[in-house]
Design a protein around this ligand. Sequence first.
Ligand code: SAH
Length: 450
Amino acid sequence: MTRARDRRRYARAISALASDGPRCPRRRGERVVTFRATGPWTLERVRGMNVKEITRWLREDDDARLDELWREADDVRRRSVGDAVHLRGLIEFSNHCGRLCLYCGLRVENRAIDRYRMSADEVLDCARQAVEFGYGTVVLQSGEDLGTTREWLVDVVRRMKAETPLAVTLSVGERSLDDLRAWRAAGADRYLLRFETSNRTLFERIHPPRDGRPSDRPAMLRQLRDLGYEVGSGVMIGIPGQTYADLARDLEWFAELDLDMIGVGPFLPHPATPLGAAAAPASVVASAPGGRRGTSAGSSATASPAGGRRYGPVVPPTSEDPPPPAATSGQVPNTELMTYKVIALARLLCPLANIPSTTALATVNRAEGRELGLRRGANVVMPNLTPAVYRRQYEIYPAKACISEEADACHHCLTQRIAALGRSVGSGRGDSLNRLRCPAGARIAREATP
Ligand code: SAH
């Protein structure tokens, strides 16, 4: 589909939304207002949801009430972003990382993985494959790898934009404003950077500063928006120490940050990380179909994913690591069900955002995790294009779904799953509807108005 047709389709979808739609940008503390339904269903209950109401939904365990939530999220998804499922080809181009994040298997202290960096030509080959498969977007993801220089990525993005019609999304961690500006100027369209948790203290414990400089991911997300990127963020669900109030606040942040893309997934302990080493011994808990009450990524807040396999020696925390946070009494479980709740609530709070049904979800329920995500608010899937030889080494958490499949196997499996849901595969770039209704210039002007 051409961009002009995309725009017309988006304009139609927007006019279907009531005029008190999500304003942009929201200011911190401002009440979150979702749009009023114009159809037969009503969203009165979720309009003006505050942290307390969001928390109630997160704690809800009545199956009938949850069915209502799934239905509403699916309705809002269909009316606001349509039935198309957009495919984003994921290219994990480097697993080098200079960080010591307590949750991630790529952390610099993990010596059990072989480190790789794909060449520019290899990355370009993956992008060509994305075009062949009909994807509109590629996501270039890596650890926070300072060996990926500004110039190298400028060259890759430029070549990609010159040779293909793809939208290019970057997900390479925290980088300088000059890097972000150069990549945007080279043609990068979107940037993904999860804030991981809105609880600042918890974030600082699980994400130690690099070179003594504390991170400010919300500030970086605003910078990205001002540079004209489509901006995506998200969180992990069930981080040890994360409370229901934290997670409700995370959801509020999605709306306040006016995100164009929202990615969430359960926290999955990796044995070669301090949070994984602190977790219970690797137990394998298969989740029952449906993601109902009691189904989970495991039996506790720090369980192993279904289908988990054994790993090499667990790397103990280094002396510089802060002590890992312990689960608290109001601990959010890292379950499949909790992930669906967050996807559904994110859809209600941010109706126009692109929301993927993530690999982490497919990892905890291989049989139908992705499908259930798509039926409970999500509209994006990210098939993996990384060559299998590298993919095995890109292990942010263990037993990642599709870890050994080649790109064409992933492609066929996913397109069949989407068709079986009665949904269509999106054509075109699948730009964010949220972004199109509120272009960067308008946002900045609004921000400048007292
Ligand atoms: N270096 C980039 C990309 C990191 S991987 C960055 O920092 O943005 C992308 C995401 O994977 C992370 O943002 C995190 O939310 C998720 N992730 C990392 N380790 C995880 C784990 N053990 N369980 C679940 N998700 C994890």
